[in-house]
Write a protein of this length. Structure first.
Length: 470
């Protein structure tokens, strides 16, 4: 396989071939997905393990001073479903700190449902710049100041890939600094349009590691992390170190040079978030002495991807579709058995390994799967590493679903499911004394916001007296 083949090409290949199976074509008249029969059971459509967890009611409990809580807001990766959106986790610590790791498409609605306001999403750590890991940065950035984040958004992420373009010979400026700079300009219309509202307050003091002149909610501040650090020395580089929290980064092997993984350490607790990665020695080196949580991506078999998309082995194009899906795995991801193998190499296994970036439901997690549809995740992992401790009966590996909540202390890890409303609104979060709010950019003579300043004064707007007359 061409090592320079882009993930976009791979997704086009796998998507096109799977699409041919589902939609058919003039050259493949029989390539239309058949309805499920008794001999071909549909996907299970439920995830019993997750459904049986104890409930967690957002906003009803405070963290203990020595406790870490990790909430999974997006667990399904690049094939989002209503049951699981793209990638994101939210980490809260007993010292009051909170961190977002990746923020793919669809996750902000999950944050809102879990009663997490914009002000608590202000420190974002990106593992790489694929759309399923960064898309909702747009929403967090543009609507945060209209909510309660009236101070800058801070974003950490990898430096430029330095991959040479095979057509132009150019090394693109594709790192986090350029990404944030271009995003800032791309969203200029939105940020100007919303700047008749207050977007800053006088009491904000930028952290010592950030520019002092950037204080507005529409300031987007990148911290670019050199992904090459640790490649040879196998030592993680520090990304963030404040208030007793240390977040380091180390290389991941995913699709294109530049992907990274993160390790968070605080108060004797530790967590690794892999992001997307092929199985690698980098991960073994960083997890070898034991961590409380290892959150690691895992990919379903290629046959499962095509089967769940509607393909069947007796249809034209099945083999081609499976080959395309396998190329995506070979280029970018950790197969199920590989995660088990990786865990078996660690001198001290994690207290809990959480597989994510995975379409979790009964058949894909524990089985059974129909003949030809691939194997479920936990039995594959268990071939190399026991998913349940044989001595204590405690779970050692679980597969995440959206709204999984893990409370971590030195004495134990509590697993629960978030109980939320489909109709939840973004919570109000921080409250500001009006006297501390900086006057909006577009304001009246008295300093109050002017919602009419940017409108066409000649637009034929209907007089509100007309529709308020009854």
């Amino acid at each position: 396989m061409d090592a320079n083949l882009s993930r976009r090409s791979l997704l086009k290949l796998s998507g096109a071939t799977a699409g041919a199976l589902v939609a058919g074509s003039a050259g493949a008249a029989n390539a239309v997905a058949r309805p499920a029969t008794a001999a071909e059971p549909p996907a299970s459509g439920r995830y019993t393990w997750f459904a049986n967890l104890d409930p967690f009611y957002p906003g009803t409990e405070s963290l203990a001073s020595d406790e870490m809580r990790v909430t999974f807001l997006g667990t399904c990766g690049y094939i989002p479903r209503l049951s699981g959106v793209a990638s994101s986790i939210f980490v809260e610590l007993g010292n009051g700190d909170s961190f977002v790791f990746d923020c793919g498409s669809g996750v902000v609605a999950k944050y809102a449902a879990m009663k997490i306001p914009y002000s608590r999403m202000s420190k974002i750590f990106l593992t790489h710049l694929h759309g399923d890991h960064v898309s909702d940065l747009t929403t967090i950035y543009t609507f945060g100041p209209a909510g309660d984040r009236k101070f800058p958004l801070y974003v950490w992420g990898p430096s430029r890939s330095e991959v040479r373009d095979p057509v132009t010979g150019k090394r693109h400026d594709d790192g986090t600094r350029a990404f944030c700079g271009l995003l800032r300009e791309t969203l200029r219309w939105h940020t100007e349009a919303f700047s008749f509202l207050n977007t800053a307050y006088t009491g904000f003091k930028p952290p010592h590691y950030a520019p002092k002149n950037l204080r507005d909610g529409y300031d987007l501040v990148p911290f670019e992390l050199n992904w090459r650090k640790g490649v040879k020395a196998n030592r993680p580089a520090v990304a963030y170190q404040e208030h007793g929290v240390k977040i380091t980064h180390f290389p991941a092997v995913h699709d294109r040079q530049g992907s990274i993984s993160y390790k968070l350490e605080w108060n004797g607790l530790s967590m690794i978030f892999s992001g997307d990665t092929k199985p690698s020695q980098y991960m073994i080196d960083q997890a070898d002495q034991g961590v409380d949580l290892l959150i690691h991506e895992v990919h379903e078999p290629a046959e499962t991807t095509v089967w769940e998309s509607g393909g069947r082995p007796d249809q034209p194009g099945w083999t081609h579709a499976v080959e395309g899906a396998q190329m995506v795995i070979d280029n970018s991801h950790t197969p199920q058995k590989a995660l088990g193998y990786l865990l078996a190499q660690l001198k001290v296994p994690p207290r809990l390994t959480v597989a994510t970036h995975f379409p979790a439901e009964d058949d894909t997690v524990v089985g059974p799967m129909p003949d030809g549809a691939g194997d479920p995740a936990l039995p594959d992992i268990n071939l190399w590493f026991p998913t349940t401790n044989p001595d204590t009966g405690e779970e050692q590996v679980v597969v995440a679903a959206d709204l999984l909540v893990l409370n971590v202390t030195k004495s134990g890890i509590r697993k629960r499911q978030g109980i939320v409303s489909d109709y939840a609104w973004v919570p109000p979060g921080m409250a500001y004394d009006p006297a501390t709010l900086v006057e909006p950019k577009y304001h009246n003579a008295d300093g109050s916001g002017d919602p009419y300043a940017q409108l066409d004064p000649h637009a034929p707007v209907i007089d509100p007296d007309l529709y308020n007359a009854r």
